[in-house]
Ligand binder design. Structure first.
Ligand code: NAD
Ligand code: SER
Length: 319
């Protein structure tokens, strides 16, 4: 990785990935792009930023030429809950945008990281120990677009030899940047509300289990898979990866170890509940472990302890 382009760089993942990539590969070698301007000074002042809409193929070409890009982390997307309210935009950004990025990768011979999601699975997929290769009939526009993305990346790799790689992320938990409108966002909201108000109203049922991961593990996964020996990758574009599986009531109990008077109640949102019900409870990530050494550091306890410490510091500036 010499000159790296990150699309959707101001989102929940991108805002942390860019800083990590700049530390590892050099500030000027990581070009952050988004359709918003950065408010955060750390990202804005640490390296190049370009306004870039992934639906604008001509602008993508100009940026590729200007910075002589050889690796792309393509994060720009519309997530699951927003995707159900605006399915046409979700399709245009998630599939149309990826198509333009794949074409740019083909033209400029770039490696490409594409983040897929647990959203690619559907109600007919086995929910426990969801296998790497299994039934995939997603019923959300997000899932349909992400599964199309996996297939497009496979196609470009086989047909044109483009070095496409990717993972199926579960819900990601972090404190730097708010999540962007997904179904798993409740987990992040719960931490902030517990610390600020000792109370949270959850939009998913108490026993809805979903795979989750703490952001430091997600960042490491993206860099590790892009640095992995390509000869060892069989499932290049869509590795199941997970770090923990929990439900709202289990997360609330873990938070109560630190905030004993934290109270949770429930007002179910039928749209997000239906999405969560169609996703796995826990994925089998043995292919990622075997093919490129995936091994997450944070489980529920370690993640909870770190989130509470970091959010408290952020909100109340304790040392
Ligand atoms: P996010 O919603 O926080 O950020 C997405 C970014 O894309 C935003 O900053 C947005 O401004 C930008 N964007 C939207 N439309 C764009 C366009 N047309 N052109 C350029 N930029 C555009 O999302 P995230 O959580 O950072 O997710 C990044 C990627 O990871 C997405 O592809 C998502 O599907 C995938 N993913 C995320 C999670 C998660 O829990 N966060 C889980 C699974 C997969
Ligand atoms: N966290 C994401 C969402 O809920 C999963 O892809 O949309």
């Amino acid at each position: 990785m010499d000159r790296i382009l990150v699309t959707g760089a101001l989102g929940q993942i991108g805002s942390e990935l860019v800083i990590n990539l700049r530390k590892k590969y050099g500030d000027d070698r990581v070009i952050a792009t988004d359709i918003r301007m950065p408010a955060d000074t750390t990202l804005r002042d640490s390296g190049p930023f370009e306004f870039l809409d992934v639906q604008d193929e001509h602008h993508i070409t100009r940026v590729m030429q200007q910075y002589k890009i050889d690796t792309i982390f393509h994060l720009a997307a519309v997530l699951s809950a927003i995707g159900e309210t605006r399915p046409n935009i979700a399709w245009q950004v998630n599939v149309g945008g990826l198509y333009h990025i794949l074409e740019a990768a083909r033209q400029y011979k770039c490696a490409l990281f594409f983040p897929s999601s647990i959203g690619v699975f559907g109600p007919s997929t086995p929910v426990e120990d969801t296998p790497q290769d299994t039934i995939m009939r997603p019923e959300t526009m997000y899932g349909v677009s992400k599964l199309s993305g996996e297939l497009l990346c496979d196609y470009y790799q086989k047909r044109f030899g483009i070095d496409t790689r990717g993972v199926r992320f579960p819900g990601l938990i972090s404190y730097e940047t708010e999540p962007g409108g997904g179904t798993t966002d409740y987990a992040v909201e719960m931490f902030f509300e517990a610390i600020k108000h000792k109370k949270y109203t959850c939009y998913l049922k108490p026993d809805t289990s979903l795979d989750m991961m703490y952001m430091p593990d997600a960042i490491k996964a993206m860099i590790d898979i892009m640095e992995a020996d390509p000869q060892k990758l069989v499932h290049r574009n869509a590795f199941n990866i997970t770090a923990m599986s929990f439900s709202p009531e289990i997360l609330a109990a873990a938070i109560r170890d630190y905030i004993p008077d934290f109270v949770i109640d429930y007002e179910i949102d039928p749209v997000r509940q239906a999405i969560a019900d169609s996703w796995p409870d826990s994925m089998d990530d043995s292919a990622a472990r075997a093919e490129w050494g995936w091994n997450p550091k944070y489980g529920l306890e370690a993640m909870t302890s770190d989130m509470i410490e970091k959010i408290t510091k952020r909100l109340y500036r304790t040392t």
